[in-house]
Ligand binder design. Structure first.
Ligand code: HEM
Length: 179
C-alpha cells in the first residue's frame, strides 16, 4: 500500500502514545530502517506487520485498532491532508459512500500502483443503507467500519455499522449502516 496509509498509522500512534512507542512498533515489525513516504508504494506485508506489532505492544485487538484507525483517518489525517478531495466526495453520508469509487479512481491517476477497494450502495432509505465492499486484500473489514463511522461524524450523522455475512461473492463484504 502507498506510504500514505502507513504514515497515517504512524501519525495516530505518535499522537496518542508518543515517538518511543512508535519506534518499538517499527522495531517489532522489522521496519526500523524504513522512513515512509506518501507517494511510494510499499509491500502490503509491511502494513500487516505494523498493525500486528501495534496490537501486541499497545495490547489492543487488531480489529479494534483498525476500526480506531479508520475513524482517525477520516477525522484527522484526511481532513488535514486531503481536504479538497474529501469535499469532492459529497456533503452527506449516502452521497459520499456512492462516490467512493470515483474518489479512488481520481487517487489512482496520481498513484499509478494503487489497488483500490470498490464500494456499492444499495437499499437507501432516509435513515439507512446497505454497503458492499469489494477488495483484493484481506483483513480490512474493521477499518471500513471505522472509516464509515468517521464519515458519519464528519457529516453530523453519527451511524452504526453492522457487518452482515455475505456469501454470494467470495471477495465481497456487506454492511448495514444506520443513522
Ligand atoms: C480523500 C480521501 C481518500 C483517499 C485519498 C484515499 C486513498 C487511498 C489509498 C492511497 C489507499 C491505498 C491503496 C493502495 O496503495 O493500493 C486506499 C485504500 C483504501 N481505502 Fe481509501 N482513500 C480515501 C477515502 C476513503 C474512504 C472515505 C474510505 C471509506 C470506506 C476508503 C476506503 C479504503 C479502504 C477500505 C482501503 C484499503 C483496503 C483495501 O484495499 O480493501 N477510502 N485509499
Amino acid at each position: 500500500m502507498y506510504g500514505m496509509v502507513n504514515m497515517a498509522i504512524e501519525q495516530m500512534v505518535v499522537g496518542k502514545f508518543g515517538e518511543d512507542t512508535w519506534k518499538k512498533i517499527k522495531d517489532k515489525a522489522g521496519v526500523s530502517d524504513v522512513t515512509f513516504i506518501t507517494m511510494q508504494s510499499y509491500d502490503d506485508k509491511i502494513t500487516y506487520a505494523l498493525v500486528r506489532a501495534a496490537s501486541e505492544i499497545l495490547n489492543i485487538e487488531g480489529a479494534e485498532l483498525l476500526e480506531k484507525f479508520g475513524e482517525y483517518w477520516i477525522l484527522h489525517t484526511a481532513n488535514a491532508g486531503y481536504g479538497d478531495m474529501l469535499k469532492m466526495g459529497g456533503d452527506n453520508l449516502p452521497d459520499f459512500l456512492k462516490n467512493l469509487d470515483m474518489l479512488h479512481f481520481k487517487v489512482g491517476a496520481i498513484m499509478p500502483q494503487l489497488v483500490p477497494p470498490s464500494f456499492e450502495v444499495k437499499d437507501v432509505t432516509a435513515k439507512s443503507l446497505t454497503l458492499l465492499y469489494r477488495s483484493k486484500r484481506d483483513g480490512f473489514v474493521p477499518m471500513v467500519i471505522g472509516l464509515v463511522k468517521g464519515l458519519g461524524l464528519r457529516f453530523n450523522t453519527p451511524c452504526s455499522v453492522t457487518y452482515i455475512k455475505f456469501e454470494e461473492e467470495e471477495f465481497a463484504h456487506c454492511f448495514k449502516v444506520n443513522w
